[in-house]
Ligand binder design. Structure first.
Ligand code: FAD
Length: 430
């Protein structure tokens, strides 16, 4: 993971009881904790590794409405407001900048896909608009990319993943949340069919509500309880350059690279056109549900069979409260970055903007993404387990919407008017 991830202080002593236990200290878990704590609801957040150690510190930091599915845009609009208010709300910087996001097009087919998206969100009055080649050049000068144009949303932006979840977690603690790190939550306990507590590797906590915000682990956690959440893993590799002069502060996505300015003055770069798909048993079990997505969205996957298959096979799918559970066996999921893809991304970007020819790489990492068959998350109560709410499976785009997703989960738990209509995120649609 990135070496710049901020560390949050932890408590070792488990409280005997609380109202809500949150599983997972990613962006979704910590923002839900903050929202609940602000409502004076007692919360304990349990994280098997370190706050932000998996997807929420490894992502690119993009906060975008652009190119989202129509039904997912209201969550992104709600999140924009929460990101903008966050520094005042928590008294800390999260690196939020409304610097804009621009996706570039080289072919007529790419332009017409962007125009189709723009048409699909017409009713939402976003500030997104098409750009011609000259406008692309004005916004990001010095390029040699032969772009036909692009799609630009000035009100999009980014925050810094290495500081955001930790900063929000620290504020949640100040408002009363108890955070226990290096503590895997194994399973739930029930009384009369309803949740009455949780079992962690450090002991039990009594509670009547649990929020599962376990990222890529949620499928396994729920599977052990007899609930099938369909998600498959993808691995995305990222590099960060040393501080350098670049063409723009706007986050830019080309067909085979993306870049955005990092707070330390370097750039965060990835290969947009390719992702690794490590083959695991779940591909055989639920892979057929992704055929349409494979045809339309993920034709660029690099399918790999190798050690991830056997590592995954070695992790239990059924375990009891005495454990050990898979969550304490893999404290932090830390896949190796694909340096070949990273180098390709940097080469493609250098061809488009020669300023990147002198880029020096400071560090690289990878992260494992949890993707559903329709690429949208689940934020819902699980009817078969009264007391359990889930906010998970963000399918590679949940950092930007994280604060609104966490707040929506908190709204469902505390039975208040939800921040947006939760129906697109129902569990039973899957
Ligand atoms: C390389 C990469 C680039 C991305 N780029 C973007 C982007 O630019 N914009 C965007 O919006 N999104 C992006 N994403 C996706 C985004 O990072 C995720 O959607 C988001 O961070 C998900 O947050 P989360 O809280 O659900 O999961 P996570 O951050 O993964 O947090 C889940 C936590 O739960 C813990 N946990 C799980 N099970 C247990 C258990 N049983 N007991 C205790 N703890 C447990 C895990 O250790 C983990 O820390 C990217 C992802 C990657 C990997």
């Amino acid at each position: 993971m990135t070496k710049t991830l901020e560390v949050v202080g932890t408590q070792d002593q488990l409280p005997d009881s609380t109202s809500v236990v949150i599983i997972g200290g990613g962006i979704v878990g910590v923002t839900a904790a903050l929202a609940l704590a602000e409502r004076n609801i007692p919360v304990v957040l349990v994280e098997k590794g370190q706050i932000g150690c998996e997807q929420s510190s490894r992502n690119l930091g993009w906060i975008r409405k652009t190119s989202r599915h129509l039904h997912d845009v209201p969550l992104a609009v709600a999140a924009d407001k929460l990101w903008a208010e966050m520094p005042d709300r928590i008294g800390r910087d999260v690196g939020y900048k409304q610097a804009g996001i621009m996706f570039l097009s080289k072919t007529d087919a790419q332009i017409s896909m962007q125009e189709d998206w723009l048409k699909s969100v017409e009713s939402l009055s976003l500030d997104s608009r098409m750009l011609n080649a000259q406008e692309v050049d004005n916004l990001a000068p010095g390029g040699e990319g032969d772009w036909l144009g692009g799609l630009y949303t000035p009100s999009d932006g980014y925050a810094e993943p290495s500081i955001a979840a930790p900063a929000i977690a620290k504020a949640a603690v100040e408002k009363g949340t108890v955070i226990i790190q290096n503590c895997a939550l194994r399973t739930l306990t029930k009384t009369d069919g309803k949740i009455s507590g949780v079992v962690t590797e450090k002991g039990e906590i009594r509670c009547n509500q649990v929020l599962l915000a376990g990222g890529a682990w949620s499928r396994r956690f729920l599977g052990n309880l007899g609930v099938s959440l369909p998600t498959l893993p993808l691995i995305c590799s990222v590099l960060r350059t040393k501080p350098m002069d670049g063409p723009t502060n706007i986050a830019v996505g080309g067909p085979d690279f993306s870049f955005r300015k990092h707070k330390d003055g370097g750039f965060i770069i990835t290969q947009r056109g390719k992702l690794d798909a490590p083959l695991v048993l779940d591909h055989l079990l639920i892979g057929y549900r992704y055929l349409e997505q494979l045809r339309t969205q993920y034709s660029f996957l690099q399918v790999k069979i190798g050690s991830p298959f056997f590592k995954d096979l070695g992790l239990s799918r059924k375990w009891g409260p005495k454990g050990p559970s898979p969550f304490e066996k893999v404290r932090v999921n830390d896949p190796a970055p694909n340096e070949y893809l990273n180098q390709q991304a940097l080469n493609n970007l250098s061809n488009a903007w020669p300023a990147f020819k002198n880029a020096e790489i400071e560090e690289s990492w990878a992260g494992l993404i949890d993707v559903t068959p329709d690429s949208n998350p689940v934020i819902d109560k699980i009817k078969s387990i009264p007391g359990l709410t889930v906010a998970t499976a963000f399918s590679g785009h949940g950092f930007g919407t994280g604060p609104a997703a966490g707040q929506l989960a908190a709204d469902l738990i505390s039975n208040v008017e939800p921040i947006i209509d939760p129906s697109p995120y129902r569990f039973d649609r899957l």
